[in-house]
Ligand binder design. Structure first.
Ligand code: SF4
Ligand code: SF4
Length: 359
């Protein structure tokens, strides 16, 4: 039996009020005006379920795990009741010829209208032979499915930028979805794995407004990737004061100081982990004591070492020493140097990319 989304949610114990609250939160996360929350709820509740075809290519299934196992039961999980997930090898019951038939049928019935989700990179080496499904290469499958799609959503860093399969020396000749699909709108939702609510947000935006959200220059939704991890990190005050943990078990680490010197890539990584967090908002890597690896940026695996600090040390005290400002004026100088160093370090770090680290 298929009713409205509200009916489905009610059967799963979710009240209308909770759903409205969820939509309002989602709208606010996406930097939409306050009225958009209600519009989103109404549109999602009434929307005709669009056909979604999900193709997994050269990947580890971590993206699917992230989205389906976030925390259960979830609105993010239930939101899939809004779409008709017509093909997803990991989740569907069908296999073999039945599965291939389901894919063909979904593409034919919904030509020009379905959303195509892809996780994993696409290997081009050996004519695509490194990754085949039902005897067909990933590149063939992608080109065919993209042709009839209204839009393509690349989920995870592998689909968005090539990810780990593309890391040096890229033995399979892996490329991203955008490298191959240039005549359709493509949204990248990078992350290794990606944050589930970003995926839900993109789908909700499409259902509500019939369009994709605003994207940045790397085709990522600006509302989730518009700021760096560093911009919103709760350890940022320590960075600004020049208080850095030097090892994972020193006093600085125990005091929760900034992990910059332990290799944190937060200053050059655009993602929403610091605000949305993981595991139902329980925590996130920096809160658990480990620096950000930069997993939502291109080439993060080749970025020069997870435990190597970014190029310019952000230590205001070194700045003071170098300026020979000591004695009575040191308090004011530290304050000044903190600000000067903060600005210099900030501009240096925030214009440093992971690619720069390779140089
Ligand atoms: S460098 Fe890392 S730990 Fe330090 S404030 Fe920035 S994001 Fe947080
Ligand atoms: S904190 Fe950094 S490495 Fe960890 S999931 Fe977020 S973007 Fe990826």
């Amino acid at each position: 039996m298929q009713g409205s989304l509200i009916d489905t949610l009610a059967r799963q114990g979710v009240t209308r009020r909770a759903f409205l609250k969820y939509c309002a939160t989602l709208a606010s996360m996406m930097a939409l005006p306050p009225a958009a929350g209600r519009a989103m709820a109404e549109a999602m509740a009434a929307a005709k379920r669009p056909s979604v075809i999900w193709l997994p290519f050269q990947e580890c299934t971590g993206c699917t795990e992230s989205i389906t196992r976030s925390h259960s039961p979830t609105l993010e999980g239930m939101i899939f009741d809004m779409i008709s997930l017509d093909y997803q090898e990991t989740l569907m019951a069908a296999a073999g010829h039945q599965a291939e038939e389901a894919l063909r049928h979904a593409m034919k019935e919904n030509a020009g209208k379905y959303l195509l989700i892809v996780d994993g990179s696409i290997p081009l080496g050996q004519d695509g032979a490194y990754s085949c499904i039902g005897g067909r290469s990933n590149v063939d499958l992608l080109k065919e499915a993209a042709q009839g799609a209204a839009a393509v959503i690349a989920v995870g860093t592998c689909a968005s930028f090539g990810g780990i399969p593309k890391a040096n020396p890229n033995p399979t000749g892996a490329v991203s979805v955008s490298d191959l699909v240039q005549d359709k709108p493509v949204v990248n939702i990078p992350g290794c794995p990606p944050i589930p609510v970003v995926m839900t947000g993109v789908l909700a935006h499409y259902l509500t407004f019939g369009s994709l959200p605003e994207l940045d220059d790397k085709k990522r939704p600006k509302s989730f990737f518009g700021e760096t991890i560093h911009d919103r990190c709760y350890r940022r005050p320590f960075y600004d004061q020049g208080k850095f943990a030097r090892t994972f078990d020193d006093e600085g680490a125990r005091q929760g100081w900034c992990l910059f010197e332990l290799g944190c890539k937060g200053p050059v990584t655009h993602n929403a982990c610091a605000t949305v967090k993981w595991n139902g908002g329980t925590s996130w890597p920096v809160e658990s004591g480990h620096g950000c690896l930069g997993c939502s940026e291109p080439d993060f695996w080749d970025g020069g070492g997870f435990y190597k600090a970014l190029s310019v040390p952000a230590d205001p005290l070194k700045f003071v020493a170098a300026s020979s400002v000591v004695g009575a004026g040191v308090g004011a100088a530290v304050g000044f140097a903190n600000r000067a160093s903060k600005n210099a370090a900030r501009s240096a770090h925030e214009t440093t990319t992971l690619a720069d680290l390779e140089k």
